[in-house]
Design a protein around this ligand. Structure first.
Ligand code: MN
Ligand code: MN
Length: 494
């Protein structure tokens, strides 16, 4: 293969020579990168001041992660922070002008925050989008039953979990129970140290010989992920299932709900307890739901901490249902985002119409802020070789494409857009790296990127690398979490 950039080598045609000369002229005017791409721990590149900023940011993130155990709670926390920063519901504004801060909610689970920029919306938006749902167990519609003198909650798992990881852990119950009169009963049991917790049992090793011969996928069955809920029987001699009857009485007294009310509930079973600092040096975070609340928090904070009125209208999307394919009214495969843009445009530029909305979407640029897989030396055989795997605390990770096999299902960022992101990060001293989702043919995955890319906008996946992704307790690096905030902030202001 000949090197087309070498003027000494023969080139196929004049057009190509002109093209190369033109590219060289263009390149001569661009700034050189401020920092080389990292593949090593970035801590010692930071100034003492920025090292302190990482620590402060990590403490705030830890508090958010510990309080946001479900997508509804993430929504409430994000909305409270936005309101405090002056965001108003969109309905409150008949006309939008630069600097206005508004929010649009979707069913209490998907949130859009917008800051109107100086330029017209039809010049395109700057969007950072993350998801706030996480793998977990959901209570079934008829969840409570008694078996073997014990009461249990029957569940169906949500998202991609390794079932064997969910047994013998302290579990908490979060969610809402909707009465038929429309009132909602919020439930959060298992987080306060004084609260009881729940658990899923496993077989003792003494009797587990046959179980241990099974594959990891087969050893714990999805249908057996039953949550131990109680054991105290009712004194009522006539009651059939005495433990269940006693629990229903408790539920009636404490929450004023009936057994039938449980059929209209969103109840999630998640690991109990707060997120923690990880490592003797406290350089990492161990917590439930960091996929993708680590990026969601970074997006939220990036928008709230922005430097003044942005050039382009800046949008942060915190969305639901990513872990099950972004389907449903609150997932990004719905028209929630499109409708929200139509509403914004209607108030910012009423004459823009349908064509204006299409142009706004097609001219937008987006960071799909979702986590990446970090290299785990214990399972190095599935890591992408040759410097293609992200590492913990080596920076915010740009994933040019995801998908599986031959880029199947991948929403790939163009070379041009990946370069633009790189330039923004380098100009703002954001430590970044690139990352693939493991070695070729080892597996695959997707994000919300493709659902926004369908409008013709530039989208790139860019997020925090994790260890133990989708496990009850996931690992993130503090430096990476901070760099996500820094990188998204720079992007939203671009
Ligand atoms: Mn994710
Ligand atoms: Mn995920």
């Amino acid at each position: 293969m000949s090197d087309l950039s070498d003027p000494g080598s023969p080139t196929p045609c004049t057009r190509q020579r002109e093209y190369i000369a033109d590219m060289k002229r263009q390149n001569a005017t661009k700034s050189t990168p401020a920092a080389p791409r990292l593949r090593e721990n970035g801590w010692n590149r930071l100034t003492a001041k920025e090292q302190r900023a990482v620590t402060v940011y990590a403490a705030e993130y830890l508090a958010f992660l510990s309080a946001a155990k479900t997508e509804r709670q993430a929504y409430e926390l994000a909305l409270a922070a936005a309101r405090q920063a002056g965001f108003r519901p969109l309905e409150d504004r008949a006309r939008l002008k630069p600097g206005d801060q508004v929010w649009i909610g979707g069913h209490g689970r998907t949130l859009l925050l917008a800051v109107i920029g100086r330029r017209p919306l039809t010049d395109g938006l700057r969007i950072a989008g993350a998801h706030t749902d996480a793998p977990r167990l959901d209570a079934k519609t008829t969840p409570l039953y008694e078996d073997g003198g014990l009461a249990w909650l029957d569940t169906r798992y949500y998202g991609g979990i390794k079932k064997y990881q969910w047994v013998t852990l302290p579990l908490a119950l979060h969610g809402v129970i909707a009465r038929q009169d429309g009132t909602l009963v919020p439930v959060a049991i298992g987080e306060d140290p004084a609260d009881p917790v729940f658990t899923i049992t496993d077989l003792l090793p003494h009797l587990g010989k046959e179980q241990e011969k099974k594959s990891l996928d087969d050893g714990i069955k999805g249908e057996n992920l039953n949550v131990l809920f109680g054991s105290h029987p009712s004194p009522d001699r006539k009651a059939k299932d005495k433990v269940k009857a006693a629990l229903l009485k408790l539920l009636r007294e404490r929450y004023a709900i009936t057994e039938e009310d449980l059929t209209s509930a969103d109840l999630e079973i998640v690991p109990a307890g707060p997120a923690r600092e990880l490592g003797l040096d406290r350089s990492m975070i161990l917590g439930y739901g960091q996929d993708d609340r680590v990026c969601a928090f970074a997006c939220l904070r990036a928008l709230l901490d922005r430097p003044g009125v942005p050039e382009h209208t800046a949008i942060v999307l915190l969305c639901d249902k990513e872990e099950v394919g972004s389907i449903g009214a609150t997932g990004m495969d719905s028209v929630f985002f499109e409708n929200a843009v139509a509403e914004l445009l209607h108030r910012a530029d009423p004459r823009a119409g349908d064509l204006g909305r299409r142009r706004t979407l097609a001219r937008s640029k987006m960071i799909s802020a979702d986590v990446a897989a970090a290299h785990d030396p214990n399972y190095g055989d599935v890591s992408a070789p040759n410097d293609n795997m992200a590492r913990i605390n080596a920076g915010l990770t740009i994933s040019k494409y995801g998908g599986g096999r031959g880029k199947s299902g991948a929403s790939e960022a163009s070379a041009e857009f990946a370069a633009e992101i790189r330039r923004i990060f380098n100009d703002h001293q954001v430590l970044w790296q690139t990352g693939e989702l493991g070695k070729v043919d080892a597996g695959g995955g997707g994000t919300i990127a493709k659902f926004l890319a369908r409008y013709g906008m530039d989208v790139v996946d860019c997020g925090v690398p994790l260890l133990s992704m989708h496990a009850p307790w996931e690992v993130a690096g503090k430096l990476d979490a901070y760099m996500a905030w820094k990188g998204y902030r720079a992007f939203l202001a671009s």
